[in-house]
Design a protein around this ligand. Structure first.
Ligand code: HEC
Length: 155
């Protein structure tokens, strides 16, 4: 249904956009909207992997060492992305859950991101050991670094 609506909107607006020449650019996303999408995409990669591991740690899913190690590796790899580039000035407005504090205390925001990088790397090492007793605290530290940042910077 959503697709249909979108299509008919395009059918309605496309001729008008073509007619108005350069105004066709107006249909593109703003750089702030693209930055918001970029950072939320990274967050969703974090969440996908963290949830899968959380379910194992809580005993809701069986522990499979290789699968768990893959989730840990993917989370750490995503945490190496330049997330901070997804928070440019001016992207505090619109469809975002980011608080204005991100831009008010950028050094602290960066430190909280670095904490996730460190903790997720430690989780990769723990996951390689295959020992759930080592994995649990390393998982807890990683999940905490998400929470610490969200508490301060996410609505
Ligand atoms: C350095 C700070 C920081 C860290 C660390 C962090 N987040 Fe976020 N997260 C945010 C901010 C800010 C937002 C709001 C972004 C927006 O909506 O523009 C957010 C949004 C999200 C969202 C919502 C995305 C959406 O589509 O609206 C999810 C899910 C999420 N984070 C998961 C995680 C998980 C899981 C971790 C840890 C593995 C994590 N985050 C670590 C700051 C952080």
């Amino acid at each position: 249904m959503k697709k249909l609506v979108t299509h008919s909107l395009i059918a309605l607006t496309l001729p008008a956009l073509i007619a108005s020449g350069s105004q066709a650019l107006a249909a593109e996303k703003s750089s702030a909207e693209r930055a918001i999408e970029y950072r939320e995409s990274i967050m969703n990669i974090f969440s996908w992997n963290l949830k899968a591991m959380g379910s194992v740690v809580k005993g809701e899913s069986a522990y499979d060492q290789a699968a768990f190690a893959q989730h840990a590796a993917d989370l750490a790899a995503a945490a190496r992305l330049n997330l901070l580039a997804g928070f440019p000035e001016g992207s505090d407005e619109g469809e975002t859950g980011a608080k204005a504090e991100v831009w008010m205390t950028p050094d602290d925001f960066k430190e909280k991101y670095q904490a996730l990088q460190t903790k997720s790397e430690a989780l990769v090492s723990a996951a390689a050991s295959g020992n759930l007793d080592a994995i649990r605290p390393a998982f807890g530290d990683t999940a905490n670094s998400c929470k610490e940042c969200h508490k301060a910077y996410k609505e």
